[in-house]
Design a protein around this ligand. Sequence first.
Ligand code: GUN
Ligand code: ZN
Length: 424
Amino acid sequence: MKAYRAAILRFADDHRAQYEADGLLVVGPDAAGRPVVRAVGAYDALAPNYPGVAIEHLPGRLIAPGFVDLHIHFPQTDVIGSPAEGLLPWLENYTFPHESRFADAAYAAEVATVFLDELLRHGVTTALTFCTSHPASVDALMAASQARGMRLIAGKVLQDRHSPDGVRDQTEQSLADTEALIGRWHGQGRLGYAITPRFAPSCSEAQLRGAGALAAKYPDVWIQSHVAENKDEIRWARELFPQSRSYLSIYDDFGLMRERAVYAHCIHFDDDDRALMRSTGAAAAVSPTSNLFLGSGFFDYEGADRIGFKYGLASDVGGGTSFSPFHTMLAAYHVGREGQTKPGLSLSPQALWWQHTAGAAQALGLDGVVGNLQPGCEADFVVLDPQATPLLARKTAQAGNLDELLFALIVLGDDRVVEKTVIS
Ligand code: GUN
Ligand code: ZN
């Protein structure tokens, strides 16, 4: 067992933050020998219960749950900041040519290392990530994650049409590869597999049908895709699948909406789409830096909450512009402001932080496992330095309550705030 003394942030079931100014986090093995949070609370109350347990004292620091990135592309690490008129030219001119390089396993392994280092440096301990259509890109990322003990969910992209040579796959082979990768990686230690149709326009009906069959055969495997991101993309999807009620319904029609299905963007929805998200248990990965960069639009927070479907925050690197959860939370705040019709704050700092930790974990069906520091959770956490920059030190010293402290970190914070990332 080991314990950490610092300020501690965690979340209650009602999504509200719980904060200990002088807290103790006790980490030790669960019944299966896995390191988990054994106890958490006020230092004065808890410390006497753990005599003899080594305590690492971190004065002035804040311990918080490791961040959960609900949607990211590992092969787009070097695509960040590629300007384009919109999604489709961005894919064609930058993303597909770059992803074709991942046919080379050595290149994939090199980028996997950089990618995981970046996640950890920014305090992200769990991610749901796209690989490329090349199975070797999955092997490279999974092996590198396993070596670090990270909880990571990833999948080989399915794209058997409307995709250039170098990234286009073949229907039967792509499904056989997916099933082989599920067998090789899903449930290995902390790794999970996600069936990954890129988006409906890049997948034939046969490929979507096969993906749906695999999703039914392996109910605890995740599903990830993109939907309703960009107006031209939506028009194209509707032309290709005229029989479906909406773009989102295409996925439902092929058996790809259920718990553990995560759809990136979900911007241009109507209430029937929102109701479909809710009734199927699928979740949205809200990716504000990407949506702002590519000019895709603004996620409708009020609509999502009115109907009540699950969502969490995501970087969507490399459409997204930053690995930093602080940048993503700030962008989400701006987006919430844009769509706001009700008075008051659009999104509270506690709500933003929840969406990138416990809320994102809930969207993955991993609530109580990651994204929080309640007893029983896996002990992945960050040690934050609220004085990491001169301005932050001034601002956080003047914070009169928890919301002001969290807002200062969200608005002024980045990787400099993340002093240490601990993987259990
Ligand atoms: N739609 C299909 N592929 C992609 C992708 O790589 N990024 C984004 N943002 N949207 C997509
Ligand atoms: Zn994406």
